[in-house]
Design a protein around this ligand. Structure first.
Ligand code: APR
Length: 231
């Protein structure tokens, strides 16, 4: 089976009703990133940070996977399929994707401030000041903040380097290291970008840009890739 690696961003969850970050009306329009999504913000006002993620956790739990998430699952019968997502919602998992690599963590999980190996599944529950891990330290959202390392990036680079096909869906490709993944894909491998607003990707070989929203663009591409796999 050929290997397909799919990098997703907030745009694939937009049609599930989850705000993107940099579109007009996006999450970063209403919030100071450094106040709610950085270690400095956490030290300055942990309650503000916890409330920001509590709201996002509730929104994500209420959202449903959309046709784009579901179409990607169909690829698994024809390709070795890996989703590498920047998203912290679990819509890919809930759509049925078997292999999902979260570069920026998972909203539904809480993490010990003392030991990052201590993870707790909160589902849609809040994390509040005074909620502690088994070691007695304050629980924090298990997401990657600006300025923090991205532990899964090495694994994602290794997978991208082995991809026979690489697909990018719904990301502005402005946040690194996630945005660098496309540059690790073999030059000869077909690459596709699905986004209604053509993102800047630079000179990439064998790249096709599909200027459509995820639910229609992914449907078309999945049908095309399944037909090719079975040819
Ligand atoms: N279908 C497909 N793409 C869409 C749709 C849609 N319906 N609606 C918007 N988009 C596209 C936008 O055109 C944009 O290119 O989704 C992209 C969203 O970009 P961002 O808001 O920057 O989100 P993302 O690229 O995922 O951000 C990366 O930045 O703030 C950090 O950690 C956060 O993971 C996030 C990272």
């Amino acid at each position: 089976m050929k290997k397909i690696v799919i990098l997703t961003g907030a745009g694939i969850s937009a049609e599930s009703g989850i705000q993107t970050f940099r579109d007009s009306g996006g999450l970063w329009e209403g919030h100071d990133v450094m106040q709610v999504a950085s270690p400095e913000g956490w030290r300055a006002d942990p309650e503000l940070v916890l409330n920001f993620y509590n709201l996002r956790r509730k929104d994500a739990a209420k959202a449903q996977p959309n046709a784009a998430h579901l179409a990607l699952v169909e690829l698994e019968a024809h390709y070795e399929t890996l989703i590498v997502t920047q998203n912290v919602d679990d819509l890919h998992e809930r759509a049925g994707s078997a292999k999902v690599l979260h570069l920026h963590g998972l909203l539904r999980n809480a993490r010990s401030s003392a030991n990052p190996q201590l993870i707790y599944d909160m589902e849609d529950r809040e994390i509040n000041i005074g909620d502690t891990c088994d070691l007695g330290s304050q629980l924090r959202p298990d997401v990657v903040w600006f300025g923090e390392p991205v532990p899964m990036i090495e694994a994602a680079v290794a997978e991208a380097a082995k991809a026979d096909i690489f697909v990018v869906i719904g990301t502005s490709l402005v946040v690194y290291p996630a945005a660098s993944l496309i540059h690790y894909v073999a030059r000869h491998a077909p690459k596709f970008v699905i986004d209604p607003n053509r993102p800047e990707v630079g000179p990439i070989q064998n790249l096709e840009i599909i200027e459509e929203k995820a639910t229609t663009g992914v449907r078309k591409l999945v049908d095309q890739l399944i037909a090719e796999a079975d040819a």
